[in-house]
Design a protein around this ligand. Structure first.
Ligand code: UT7
Length: 329
């Protein structure tokens, strides 16, 4: 039986601000029409049910290369160098290495020399990483923190399953945060619910134990859909209440890009305008924890954000874990 526990809720203008963003996507764009050549599906079905037209899939490049490239762009945007970073947090669900952590490999390639840690909160990872960074900054344990969300869900989906493989894409995005009173509120929650979405890694055979069964990614799309809408609507109202802000004051809602219908339903519940919900899911699909920071980077570089804009971010994913925050740009 699943039960909700609020893990962390703090506000009072937490000691954090975003000073740089960057992103990197694989070069190969896999269109819905390309998928319909290998699966019993169609562009029409995928586009109407999900809002996705294409996704980027890692072919010749590596996840490390994408992560490093996103970090370099974010550092440049923040006008910092790798040596200025005091802590590196990498949000990642799966990659080639079980150990060392992906953050260590990215740190080495970047030429940084700070402590590193990997965090796995599935698609909510970016908000969890912001929360962790805020705690380090609040405690004065770091001045500049680099968060990189590097994800390759294409390596865990079953490419013969049309209900899951069509949804995901690979990508990386990085964000540099430093001290500054811009984070207005943040809320994380985790409800243990494994069945709706899980993937078990294939491990070495242990001669003292029975052979483990292996299944590709398992997802109950309908359950995830409902959980996502309910959680996001609740999380958004909690963080806005905590930050003492009204809907009128919010410039943009950056939602986890999982399904355009999920985002539309959340928007309708909130009774908000369409233009306040930027989307890029049609181009990239669901890149797990990288969706929000990729979107943020596109908006930053596209000149869509101005000083003082209030942003709501809300993410949800396997766990079932969710996170939301209000922050000022
Ligand atoms: O970060 C979180 C990750 N997960 C998610 O965000 C998933 C959230 N859920 C969803 O996005 C939706 O539930 C899906 C897009 C996965 C599915 O949409 P749906 O409207 O819930 O469709 P459904 O599962 O009810 O399937 C309807 C029909 C079924 O056929 P029958 O049983 O009615 O004959 C499916 O077999 O659509 C069929 N179907 C497809 N048909 C063509 C499922 N996938 C496909 C496909 N192409 N790719």
């Amino acid at each position: 039986m699943a039960s909700e526990r609020v893990l962390f809720l703090h506000s009072k203008n937490s000691f954090m601000k975003i000073i740089g963003t960057g992103s990197a996507l694989p070069s190969l764009a896999v269109t819905n029409d390309m998928l319909s050549e290998i699966l019993d599906t169609s562009h029409e079905w995928i586009a109407t049910r999900t809002g996705i037209s294409q996704r980027r899939i890692i072919s010749h490049e590596s996840l490390v290369e994408l992560g490093v490239s996103a970090c370099k762009k974010a550092l440049e945007n923040a006008k910092l160098e790798a040596k200025d970073i005091d802590f590196l947090i990498c949000s990642n669900t799966v990659n080639n290495y079980v150990t060392p952590a992906l953050s260590c490999i990215i740190q080495g390639e970047l030429g940084a020399n700070c402590p590193c840690i990997d965090l796995n909160s599935a698609c909510s990872g970016f908000v969890y990483a912001l929360d962790m960074a805020a705690a380090y900054l609040d405690a004065r344990k770091a001045k500049n923190i680099l968060i990189v969300c590097a994800e390759e869900p294409s390596k865990i989906v079953d490419w013969s399953a049309r209900d899951t493989s069509i949804l995901f894409g690979d990508g990386a995005a990085a964000t540099v945060v430093t001290q500054g009173k811009k984070l207005k509120s943040i809320h994380l929650s985790t409800t243990c619910a494994v069945e709706p979405l899980y993937y078990q890694r294939k491990l070495e055979f242990n001669p003292y134990n029975k052979k483990e069964e292996f299944k590709p990614l398992v997802m109950n799309g309908k359950d995830i859909y409902k959980m996502a809408v309910n959680a996001s609507v609740q999380d958004i109202s909690k963080v806005m209440k905590e930050a003492k802000v009204t809907q009128k004051e919010i410039s943009f809602y950056l939602l986890h890009q999982a399904n355009v219908r999920i985002m539309e339903t959340i928007r309708e519940y909130l009774g908000e305008k369409e233009e306040k919900f930027p989307k890029n899911i049609h181009k990239y699909g669901n890149t797990s924890s990288a969706t929000i920071p990729i979107l943020l980077d596109e908006m930053n570089r596209g000149g869509q954000l101005k000083d003082g804009d209030l942003l709501v971010m809300s993410a949800f994913g396997a766990g079932f874990s969710t996170g939301a925050c209000v922050l000022e740009w």
